[in-house]
Design a protein around this ligand. Structure first.
Ligand SMILES: [Zn+2]
Ligand SMILES: [Zn+2]
Length: 323
C-alpha cells in the first residue's frame, strides 16, 4: 500500500510563507491499496485537494475513516467535491468514542472478538434516515436550521450516496484487499486510531493522542493497550505536536492534558512497540518550516540514541511513503 499526506497540521490551518515546506493544511492522509482502492483518514482542509485528485482519476468509491470530530479533522469535508457528485459512494467510519473513554479509564483490554465483515455488508439500506453520531457531527458543521448559518449547503443536499458507520470495539473490517482495525485513544472527547494491514505489511495511524504515561516516565505501564495495538507495525504515523519543553511548560503555558504527544515521547513509544519507522504528524500551527526542520533533526538524533534502527521523519504535505 501507499501512504500520501494531504494535510499534516493540527488545530488550525496555517498557510503562509513560513509553512510552505511542511504545509499548512489540517489532517488528511490517503492510503491506496495495491488494487488502487482508496482509504482516506480524516477530512481536515487537506481533503479538498485530495477530492480534486480523485475526481480527475474518476474514483467513484471512497472510504473515509474519521479519527474524531474536532474541526481540524472534519472542516475540509464541505469542500470535498466528490461528495457533491451523483454516482459517487462515500462511506464514513468512526469509532464509538464514548466507549473509548470508559475503556481508557479502566485501562482494560478491549473485547478481542473479531467480527469480520465486508464494507458492502455494513452499509445500511436506509441511508437517508440513518442516525449515526458521526453523521450528526458532520451535519452539525453544515447546519442551516433555525438561527444557524454555518454553511450554505446541508449534508443531505450533497449529491453522492454518503453512508455512516460507527465501529464497535473489537470490530475488524475486511475489504477485498485491506484489513482495518481500530483503537481508542487518550484525547479530550476521545479519538480513534486505525491500523491498515495489507498482506504482511501494516500501517498504524495514531492521532490525536496524548501518551498517558509520558510525564511520569511510565509509557510501558500506562499506554499498554496502545502499545499492543501498534506493535511491530511497519510504519507508525503519530501525533507529536509538541517538544518536551512545550509540553512541560518550560518557556510557555504547559500543554499537559491538551491531548497531544511529544517528539521524544513517540520515539520512546515506537522503541517499546518494536517499530522501526515513525512519521511525526499533527504539527503545531505555531511551528514554522525552520522550527520543524530543526525539531526533525533533534528528534532523529534522539531516536538514534534510543535505537540505532529507528527512523523518524516529520510528515510533509504531498509526501508519499511505500509500505
Ligand atoms: Zn487535531
Ligand atoms: Zn483533537
Amino acid at each position: 500500500m501507499k501512504l500520501k499526506f494531504w494535510g499534516v497540521r493540527g488545530s488550525i490551518p496555517s498557510p503562509g510563507k513560513d509553512t510552505v515546506e511542511y504545509g499548512g493544511n489540517t489532517s488528511c492522509a490517503e492510503v491506496r491499496s495495491a488494487r488502487d482502492n482508496i482509504y482516506v483518514i480524516d477530512a481536515g482542509t487537506g481533503v479538498r485537494e485530495l477530492g480534486n485528485q480523485l475526481l480527475k482519476e474518476g474514483k467513484k468509491k471512497i472510504n473515509i475513516f474519521i479519527t474524531h470530530a474536532h474541526w481540524d479533522h472534519i472542516q475540509g469535508f464541505p469542500f470535498f467535491v466528490p461528495a457533491y457528485v451523483p454516482g459517487h459512494k462515500i462511506v464514513m467510519y468512526s469509532g464509538n468514542r464514548k466507549l473509548a473513554e470508559d475503556l481508557i479509564r479502566q485501562n482494560k483490554k478491549a473485547d478481542t472478538k473479531k467480527i469480520v465483515k465486508t464494507l458492502e455488508e455494513l452499509l445500511p439500506s436506509n441511508k437517508n434516515k440513518q442516525e449515526d453520531p458521526l453523521k450528526t457531527d458532520m451535519e452539525g458543521q453544515m447546519d442551516v436550521s433555525g438561527d444557524k448559518k454555518y454553511f450554505p449547503v446541508q449534508l443531505s443536499q450533497m449529491g453522492a450516496d454518503i453512508y455512516f458507520k460507527t465501529l464497535q470495539l473489537g470490530e475488524t473490517l475486511e475489504t477485498d484487499d485491506i484489513i482495518i482495525k481500530h483503537t481508542l485513544q487518550n484525547h479530550p472527547g476521545g479519538a480513534c486510531g486505525y491500523k491498515f494491514i495489507e498482506q504482511e505489511r501494516s500501517l498504524s495511524c495514531i492521532w490525536d493522542m496524548e501518551l498517558k504515561g509520558y510525564g511520569a516516565g511510565k509509557i510501558e505501564e500506562n499506554d499498554k493497550y496502545l502499545i499492543n495495538f501498534i506493535k511491530n507495525s511497519d510504519v507508525l504515523v503519530v501525533d507529536a505536536q509538541y517538544t518536551a519543553d512545550e509540553y512541560l511548560g518550560k518557556k510557555c503555558m504547559a500543554k499537559k492534558g491538551w491531548g497531544h504527544s511529544t517528539h521524544d515521547g513517540v520515539c520512546k513509544l515506537a522503541a517499546i512497540a518494536g517499530i522501526k519507522k515513525v512519521i511525526v504528524f499533527h504539527h503545531d500551527p505555531s511551528h514554522t518550516d525552520k522550527d520543524l526542520s530543526l525539531m526533525e533533526k533533534t528528534t532523529q538524533e534522539y531516536a538514534k540514541a534510543l535505537d540505532e534502527d529507528l527512523e523518524v521523519l516529520f510528515a510533509k504535505e504531498m509526501m508519499e511513503i511505500n509500505i
